[in-house]
Design a protein around this ligand. Structure first.
Ligand code: G6P
Length: 464
């Protein structure tokens, strides 16, 4: 069995002493795929993301990465030409495709599909071809191959051409855009993306809503009579309760809880959010809603702290860098507007620290998860699972997790700042027993589909 994704379970940096250090990859895809575990004979094929990874590939002599770096998982990293990689990953996948699927184009960020875009599209093809080639070389006769996400939409068809004997699956970790939006893309490219995925035996999604949008796009772009043997599947991904609960009770997390408690201050409530600093996560509107809360409900002043962890992501893209600046600016504005001697209204951290995230999960009174669109959003599921005393969840109706959690969450339209402020007020005023009760239900729903089940269900369905 083979798994293919852009980001692998580990990435490397080279220190000034020339030593390589490794760290676990972030995002929902890596969390889900970690369920493959070291016990199987699966090989995970991924791309080298930067100079550290390229150096690791050279040292691995083009073969498998050292098992001690990957938690025992067999990982083959592809050293794709750096320029091809940048055009495919930053240019096509993270700009055009990410923006289409998350419906994020808004003035002044308008879609421009010009000659430069076509050049990047060639790189995206080459990048997909490199994966197809590596998978074709690696796969045993009749093997199952699980190809992941929007980076690799063309690879299923390419691989099918090289190896018709394989069972090929494709899984989308993002939302899928409805046809009217998807068709922003040039017609030939929209068709190439869809037929690329239809090269798989199975195309799967995190929710029914995204799966239906994909089918609607196929009809709209390719016509209703398209012959395709591709089966459409839906596999929701839940939180890994066992891993999280064990990890959240180690000493480093306890230490960070003590620090956070001190920073929040005795007797105050906390509204926690943890995200990659990603435009689709809607962090700025979350801050504006918090400001609105302090404005409209002055009784919360000095009685609540917004703990916002916004970790660096895709910093090669200027838009992401300026978004990070905006997050910082708005947080500072709120602090100077409302802060007092003993109270800092927003506690913002921009450096990634998993143990500190878990500490915040454990002590959160309210969790704010308000993406404008999100394939699933695992934070919404992870917080109730590790919460010490129960958490109230304010959840966007545009997150995939909404389908499973809406009943026990306080749900919001992510564009509605005033509505989100009111939802925060409602969440903060929930009586303790009601909050604990809801949190228990959320935790049950969040763990109904553990990553191992998510993974094995796909594999079994593919093998038929
Ligand atoms: C989303 C995508 C994943 C991606 C993750 C992190 O969850 O669906 O494919 O790995 O974001 O983004 P990055 O660009 O850092 O890999």
């Amino acid at each position: 069995m083979l798994v293919a994704s852009n980001r692998g379970p580990v990435s490397y940096t080279v220190g000034s002493d020339g030593e390589l250090s490794s760290r676990r990859g972030g995002g929902g895809l890596v969390s889900g795929l970690s369920a493959i575990g070291p016990d199987t004979d699966a090989v995970w094929v991924c791309a080298a993301l930067g100079d550290g990874d390229r150096e690791a590939v050279r040292r691995a002599d083009g073969g498998l990465l050292p098992a001690e770096d990957t938690g025992g998982q067999r990982v083959r990293m592809l050293d794709i030409d750096a320029e091809v990689y940048a055009d495919a990953y930053n240019g096509i996948a993270n700009s055009a495709l990410w923006f289409v699927h998350h419906m994020m184009y808004q003035t002044p960020l308008e879609p421009v599909f010009d000659a430069e875009f076509r050049r990047q599209w060639d790189a995206y093809r080459a990048y997909n071809q490199a994966f197809a080639q590596a998978l074709a070389e690696e796969a045993a006769p009749g093997a199952a191959v699980l190809i992941q996400d929007y980076h690799l939409a063309l690879a299923p068809r390419m691989l099918r051409k090289l190896r018709p004997d394989l069972r090929i699956g494709h899984f989308s970790h993002t939302p899928w855009a409805p046809p009217d939006y998807f068709r922003l893309l040039p017609d030939d490219i929209a068709a190439e993306l869809l037929t690329g995925i239809l090269g798989a035996d199975r195309a799967a999604f995190l929710t029914r809503r995204w799966a239906d949008a994909f089918t609607d796009c196929c009809h709209a772009v390719l016509g209703p009579g398209i012959p395709s043997g591709t089966e459409i599947g839906v596999h929701g991904l839940g939180a890994d309760a066992e891993f999280l609960r064990e990890r959240a009770h180690r000493a480093d997390v306890d230490e960070r809880m003590a620090v956070l408690r001190e920073q929040i201050g005795e007797g105050r409530r906390s509204i926690v959010r943890v995200d990659r600093t990603e435009l689709s996560k809607n962090i700025v509107r979350g801050l504006l809603a918090y400001r609105r809360l302090l404005e409209d409900h002055p009784e919360w002043r000095a009685r609540v702290v917004h703990v916002a962890f916004a970790y660096p992501s895709r910093q090669d893209l200027a838009l992401y860098r300026s978004y990070m600046d905006e997050v910082r600016r708005v947080a500072e504005e709120i602090n100077s507007e409302y802060g007092t001697e003993g109270w800092t209204p927003v506690l913002l951290h921009l450096d990634d620290d998993f143990a500190r995230s878990l500490a915040a999960y454990r002590l959160a009174d309210v969790a704010l998860v308000n993406p404008i669109r999100d394939g699933m959003n695992l934070v919404a599921k992870e917080v109730p699972v590790v919460s010490d005393e129960g958490v109230a969840l304010v959840l966007s109706r545009e997150a995939g997790a909404y389908e499973e959690l809406s009943e026990h969450a306080i749900t919001v339209n992510p564009y509605d700042v005033v509505g989100t402020a009111e939802a925060l007020h409602e969440a903060l005023t929930l009586p303790d027993p009601a909050r604990a009760e809801r949190s228990k239900h959320l935790s049950d729903a969040a763990t109904a589909l553990p990553p191992t089940k998510w993974f094995l269900d796909q594999l079994n369905a593919l093998r038929g």
